[in-house]
Ligand binder design. Structure first.
Ligand SMILES: [Ca+2]
Ligand SMILES: [Ca+2]
Length: 183
């Protein structure tokens, strides 16, 4: 009886150990996938995008709020269209940043405006090699969100303007924005 109990305890201990190891492996795998997805999302900041920038310049394209790693996706295709990132729907390139949300699913046609509720605006200045972005709702809302103030490109003055000394004290600034990237 005593031996049976001993084996039972040992069996339970081994099962518990196996379950713990399995949970640790699963959590580790999950974290690894999350990290890989996150890196994929941030894009490869070491890439040289000057070529794409050159193409945009040659085609007289200057779009605000684009993530550096997405610049190639904002070059019109052979039909002169833009392709929504997620749905692959083609729209005329003139509908990019026209302040009307055409790519409802991801807001990819409006990187530089607040037209799409789920969009993202990538600040001009990339901080520490990472793409700094703000939600599209913060574009031209009168409050400086990017450290370089690029989200306030329309330079809209907030109707309720705080004294500059108050803004400084709060560490939050209203448009027109100072460049705080160096701080
Ligand atoms: Ca649009
Ligand atoms: Ca803002």
């Amino acid at each position: 009886m005593q031996i049976c109990k001993k084996y039972k305890i040992r069996y339970l201990y081994r099962t518990k150990l196996k379950v713990t190891v399995l949970i640790v492996i699963l959590i580790g795998t999950f974290l690894l996938i999350c990290q890989m997805k996150s890196l994929e999302f941030l894009g490869d900041e070491s890439m040289d995008y000057s070529g794409y920038g050159k193409v945009q310049k040659e085609r007289n394209i200057h779009l605000k709020g684009i993530r550096p790693s997405d610049i190639e996706r904002y070059i019109p295709n052979e039909q002169g269209n833009f392709i929504c990132f997620h749905t692959r729907e083609e729209i005329d390139f003139s509908r990019v940043n026209d302040d009307y949300c055409d790519c409802f699913f991801d807001g990819s046609d409006e990187p530089g405006t607040s037209a799409c509720i789920n969009g993202r605006f990538y600040c001009d200045r990339q901080k520490n090699g990472f793409s700094e972005f703000v939600p599209s709702s913060q574009v031209n809302d009168g409050v400086c969100d990017c450290c370089d103030g690029s989200d306030e490109w329309a330079k809209i003055r907030h109707p309720f303007r705080l004294e500059e000394s108050v803004q400084k004290k709060l560490g939050r600034y209203q448009s027109p924005c100072p460049n705080l990237c160096a701080k």
